[in-house]
Design a protein around this ligand. Structure first.
Ligand code: IMP
Ligand code: MG
Length: 207
């Protein structure tokens, strides 16, 4: 495992198990098998909540969770309920994938619930479903840095192991480290579908 990933996901699990749930066939793409069950995700989200509470225990003001739409929704709704610290909730929507399986490499801002709100002196955490190349997250960190928050944290359910991005933030947590496989479920989509799967499924490499 890469050295910088070890520090990002100090207690993240590197799970490569395939679970026994049913495979899903997607026309023209291939077969997906379940790799992270609902139970494993749920346990890990509770751990992340406890780690966030510990990290911000001396912060008196509410922390602001900023969810990256739309993939963050299942993760964020579970994560926020596993945090005891007072929280506020905001959202942002950007696009880089344009519905396919490869990033276009260009970020477009679609919506920002914070566009008229000051973040001066506040502690914010950007919550996303997955960090792949890290381009989107680097763009988001840069975007919110301009508003002078006291600290910026990043929490992503998944980080892909080939991510080389270095983020200049006070907190970086990931639930799971995965290889470069394409994933769907628990917020992750293929052409906007499959976000409602309770666990996470990976595209089989050799089929
Ligand atoms: P990045 O900018 O390359 O880090 O890509 C980040 C965004 O691409 C994520 O927030 C997802 O929306 C999307 N993405 C990256 N990998 C996957 C995947 O395996 N499945 C579904 N979406 C993905
Ligand atoms: Mg996303």
């Amino acid at each position: 495992m890469k050295k910088h990933l070890r520090s990002i996901a100090a207690t993240a699990l590197l799970l490569t198990n395939t679970f026994c749930s049913y495979p899903i066939n997607v026309d023209g793409v291939g077969t997906f098998s379940e790799v992270l069950s609902q139970e494993i995700i749920s346990k890990r989200v509770q751990e992340l909540g406890a780690q966030i509470d510990e990290h911000y225990k001396d912060v008196k003001s509410p922390i602001i969770l900023i969810g990256v739409l739309s993939g963050c929704i299942p993760f964020l709704s579970d994560l926020i309920r596993s945090i005891n610290h007072s929280c506020e909730l905001e959202t942002i929507k950007i696009s880089s994938y344009h519905g396919g399986m490869k990033s276009s490499g260009k970020i477009n801002l679609k919506y920002d619930s914070l566009c008229e709100r000051s973040l001066e002196g506040r502690h914010i955490i950007i919550v996303d479903d997955i960090i792949d190349s890290g381009l989107s997250m680097s763009w988001l960190v840069d975007h919110f840095s301009k508003k002078n928050p006291a600290t910026i944290g990043i929490v992503s359910l998944i980080i892909k192991e080939d991510c080389n991005a270095i983020f200049n933030t006070s907190l970086i947590k990931a639930g799971f480290i995965r290889s470069q496989e394409f994933l769907i479920g628990y917020g992750l989509d293929y052409k906007e579908q499959f976000r409602n799967l309770p666990g996470i499924w990976a595209l089989d490499q050799n089929k």
